[in-house]
Design a protein around this ligand. Structure first.
Ligand code: APR
Length: 230
């Protein structure tokens, strides 16, 4: 039976594809206060600005491609059962070819009704007046600050089954995602790949720290894990 590799990724994973991280520039996300563009209050105050912000992010996403680190993770699937739990709203893991991706914070290429319900694929601009079939405004399928994280339960279950945990390109500042590390079994090795790693974890877990960019550090860790595969 293949062992489980669980991988938690953050904005640093996609940085070298050309998507900016969140907390490098004074906490601004592409020039905006995150609460302005990533909270229910922000949407209520200025829905046009918020929709336009995600329209720009969506257009930008369609112009970038997966990097070497996304691709390296795909090769792990020959040897392990691999699950990626990502905080990223991009689809670069999927486009690289990863089979099991759980999006904790939603997906840029989906929208849903402001009244709830299932997400629908959406690649173009979303504007005021775009409604669901019941006539309610559509909104980005993004988990905003203060909102529930519906995939968290699934992510906790998956982390609790990890034989290896990789944490790539995340500042581990945003909860509940950052709390996933507490669900990893004692004794499961944890690998951190990040030029400025935020190292957390129980002393009963062996920690490996690779203070490098994802495109450099991830292929090294992947090769190391493949060597360890039964
Ligand atoms: N390779 C790997 N890591 C990198 C790289 C790179 N090339 N460049 C930057 N990093 C690291 C930074 O050192 C930092 O630790 O990526 C991390 C990015 O941290 P954040 O910007 O805080 O992003 P993230 O942890 O994904 O944020 C979590 O916060 O704003 C919310 O919902 C949003 O999902 C996001 C969540």
């Amino acid at each position: 039976m293949k062992k489980n590799v669980v991988i938690l990724t953050g904005a640093g994973m996609s940085a070298e594809s050309g998507l900016k991280t969140f907390r490098d520039a004074d906490g601004l996300w592409e020039g905006h206060d995150v609460m302005e563009v990533a909270s229910p209050q922000g949407f209520e105050n200025n829905p046009e600005l918020v929709l336009d912000f995600y329209n720009q992010r969506r257009r930008q996403l369609l112009e970038v491609t997966p990097n070497k680190a996304h691709k390296a993770l795909v090769t792990l699937e020959e040897h392990f059962k691999v699950t990626i739990i990502t905080q990223n709203v991009d689809d670069l893991h999927e486009r690289a070819g990863s089979s099991h991706v759980v999006h904790l914070h939603g997906e840029l290429l989906k929208v849903r009704s402001t009244m709830g319900g299932q997400p629908i694929p959406w690649r173009s601009n979303l504007v005021l007046g775009d409604t669901c079939e019941k006539g309610y405004q559509l909104r980005p399928h993004i988990v905003w600050f203060g909102e529930e994280v519906p995939m968290m339960g699934r992510a906790m279950e998956l982390t609790a089954m990890a034989d290896f945990l990789l944490i790539i390109g995340t500042s581990m500042q945003v909860y509940p995602a950052a709390g996933l590390i507490d669900f990893v079994p004692k004794g499961t090795p944890i690998y951190f790949v990040d030029p400025k790693p935020s190292i957390k974890g129980n002393p009963l877990n062996k920690l490996y720290v690779i203070p490098e960019k994802a495109t450099e550090g991830v292929p090294t860790v992947v090769a190391d894990l493949i060597d360890k595969a039964p």
